[in-house]
Design a protein around this ligand. Sequence first.
Ligand SMILES: O=C(O)CCC(=O)C(=O)O
Length: 307
Amino acid sequence: MGHMGGPRGEPCPRNLFEVGERRPESYPRVMADLEVTPLTTVLGAEVSGVSLSPELDADSVKALRQALLRHKVLFVRDQSLSPSALTDLARLFGEPTEAHPVEPSVEGHPEVLALDSDEGARADIWHSDLTFQDRPPMGALLHAKVVPAVGGDTIWADMSATYEALSPTLRRFLDGLTATHSPSKAGGYFSQRDPEGDKSSRTAAAEPTHHPVVRVHPETGTRSVFVNPLFTDKIDGLRRGESDALLEVIQRLAIAPERLVRWHWREGDLAFWDNRCTMHYALLEFSGPRRMNRVALHGESPVGVGA
Ligand SMILES: O=C(O)CCC(=O)C(=O)O
């Protein structure tokens, strides 16, 4: 697929940073000739022909944005991005969040989460990012700095394909429901990287949030199931056993091989995912160091069907 951008000067879609508004002299303006190659029939695409930079031209930003909406996770090989460049690149697609409510940021870069296996970073429970927040991130950019030769892959699941995989009857039932997302469910998981436990206990004590079980994507209008094992505690209005059973049915469908894309990292790879309609899981099986930098983007309050 060739270059997909529209004419210059078109109004930018919502959330897009106005290119040119903030252009440090050190970033040369970059024009790209993007190729987007799907990796599966449901989600994931590799993007080539682009050198990612905060000075990416507006058409390329728009093309990447469209590719993200279409494929839900984008992968770009061989990118050289300092923590500042990663943050400024992310700014082209939205407003970066603080790195994480609990986990440490890269020193001097409060928006860049440092995921370092030597520091105990792990993500081996299926999740969408921070869904216990009222406005979970709309997406995140993850850049591989040091990766093991073997193992340490990350897998994404397509939650709109999961919705489609449900029977129409179950879809209709779930359409009207909300679920409780609680940080306390993940309390122990977070505290592994917060030795004093202050931030973990503060986060774990925060009020749970209720989100629609079926989320309508604010940009595409597509429905997806918006629950995940790390943070979703219970479907509201059901008995605990009913909710557990239903969440288990959804999870089984979500992680069927047909609805997954798996990425084996090389240094310099960048993944950009849409957190509104995917979950992800990083495999812990590897030896040696694994270091990644991540910038997440502010999201909106999830909106359900018929809202
Ligand atoms: O380290 C990875 O591959 C994934 C990290 C992750 O789960 C996250 O940033 O939310």
